[in-house]
Design a protein around this ligand. Sequence first.
Ligand SMILES: CC(C)(COP(=O)(O)OP(=O)(O)OC[C@H]1O[C@@H](n2cnc3c(N)ncnc32)[C@H](O)[C@@H]1OP(=O)(O)O)[C@@H](O)C(=O)NCCC(=O)NCCS
Length: 202
Amino acid sequence: MTAYSDPLVQEWQGFRAEWEDEARDMVKRWREGWPAESSASRSRPALRPRKPDAPAKSTPTAGMTCTSTPGSMRYEWRGDVSSPEIETLHASGFGHAITGYDWRSRLERYSLGWVCAYDCEGLAGFVNVPWDGGTHAFILDTVVAARASRQGVGTRLVAVAASEARDAGCEWLHVDFEDHLAAFYLDSCGFRPTPAGLIRLR
Ligand SMILES: CC(C)(COP(=O)(O)OP(=O)(O)OC[C@H]1O[C@@H](n2cnc3c(N)ncnc32)[C@H](O)[C@@H]1OP(=O)(O)O)[C@@H](O)C(=O)NCCC(=O)NCCS
C-alpha cells in the first residue's frame, strides 16, 4: 500500500487495512480470472465523518512559478468549477479535442457531487460522482493534470469522493476501468475487484 501523509487518505487506508487480507486475496483472484467470491454481506466499519475542505476558487497567479506539490493542493467538494476548466483538463487527460461540453449543467443535474483539486495554476484534478439518488454512487472522469501526476492527487480525489458519498448515505461506490489502471483503483484507492459488464451502445 502506498503511504501518503494526507490525513483523509490515511483514514481511508486505515479503514481498508481492516479488510486487507481479504482485499489482497480478491485482487489475486481478480488477476487470475473471475469469478471472485462475493463479500457484499460484510458490514463496513464506520469512518469518522469529515468536514469538507474549505472552498477555494481557481485563481491562477500571473507570472508565478507553480510547483505542484501534494501539500499545496486544495480539494473542493461540489466546488464552483466552470465547464471550460473541466473540459480543458479532461481533454488533456483523456486525449481528445476541447469541445463546448456543458459539464456544469450535467453535474448539477445528475451528480451527487464532484471533487476538484487546485494548485497555483488552477484546476489540477477532477472526479465526477454521479449516483442513483439512493445508495449507489459512481466514479467517472477521474483525471489529474500531468504537472500533478503521481503525487497522490488521484487517490485523494477518490478518497474525498468516497467520504462524501458515504456521508450522503450511499452504501456503494462503483468504478470501472481498463486493466492498466488496476494498481491505481485497486491497490491505491481501495476498490475491490468485482465482476462488471459493459455494452457499447453507439
Ligand atoms: C489515473 C489518474 C487519475 C491517476 O492520477 P494520479 O494522481 O497520478 O494517481 P496517484 O498519484 O494517486 O497514483 C497512486 C498509484 O496509482 C497507480 N497509478 C496512478 N496512475 C497510474 C497510471 N496512469 N497507470 C498505472 N498506474 C497508475 C500507481 O501505482 C501510483 O503509485 P506510484 O505513483 O507510487 O507508482 C491519472 O493518471 C490520469 O488522469 N490519467 C488519465 C485519465 C484516465 O485514464 N483516468 C481514469 C479513467 S477510469
